[in-house]
Design a protein around this ligand. Structure first.
Ligand SMILES: Nc1nc2c(ncn2[C@@H]2O[C@H](COP(=O)(O)OP(=O)(O)O)[C@@H](O)[C@H]2O)c(=O)[nH]1
Ligand SMILES: [Mg+2]
Length: 188
């Protein structure tokens, strides 16, 4: 379904965001959740920078998919080992992005399938709901769980997020390339 993709623009400040002249899907999540890996796996191309050291993506990256849709890689949040001012800078960039995109088409919120819902994920969901943007959950790194563990995680997130949706939940493993087709299909 993804036939072509290229890095369209890397933005460090709000005034660098392109006009919202296309359908646009944003990918958000905690630092190290596996966002860049998931994008690369879906793109079948190493376009998004990955790192074993968290806290690297500090820009908003626009990818142009099929010459018609933007996939947007947002900065990861919640990385403990950066200064408070650095954290605030990243949070501001994410908030500036949402303020600029009242007609955003979808947010794919990535959450690590191994952990319970975190405070900052909850805060992100509050923002998404405040701006009334539709969202879905991608549960990442499912290769680290058993089949039973994956099902438990799906049930847990559906139940926990019931008051805010409930959103659809998609288990994915970029490493094993599992769940990618289902996620891509639902995005389209
Ligand atoms: N086991 C496993 N590790 C993953 C997967 N996706 C990402 N990772 C690892 O998680 C770390 C962070 O990945 P990255 O994509 O850079 O996360 P980002 O900070 O959210 O963009 C890296 O060490 C990746 O190799 C996955 O599906 N399975
Ligand atoms: Mg990244």
């Amino acid at each position: 379904m993804i036939n072509s993709v290229s890095l369209y623009k890397t933005c460090y400040t709000e005034n660098q965001f392109p006009k919202k002249d296309r359908k646009e899907i944003a990918f958000a999540g905690r630092s190290n959740v596996g966002k860049s890996s998931l994008l690369n796996a879906m793109f079948n191309k190493k376009l998004a920078k990955t790192s074993s050291k968290p806290g690297k993506t500090q820009s908003v990256n626009f990818f142009l998919v099929n010459d018609s849709i933007y996939f947007v890689d947002l900065p990861g949040y919640g990385f403990a080992k950066v200064s408070k001012s650095e954290k605030e800078k990243w949070n501001r960039l994410i908030e500036d992005y949402f303020k600029n995109r009242p007609d955003l088409d979808l947010v794919v919120l990535l959450i690590d399938s191994r952990h319970p819902l975190q405070k900052n994920d909850q805060k992100m969901i509050e923002w998404i709901n405040y701006y009334e943007i539709p969202f879905i959950i991608a549960l990442t790194k499912t290769d680290k769980l058993s089949k039973n563990g994956i099902n438990k995680a799906i049930t847990y997130f559906k139940k926990t997020l019931k008051p805010v949706g409930p959103p659809a939940v998609f288990p994915v493993s970029s490493l094993k390339k599992e769940g990618l087709e289902d996620l891509t299909r639902v995005i389209f």
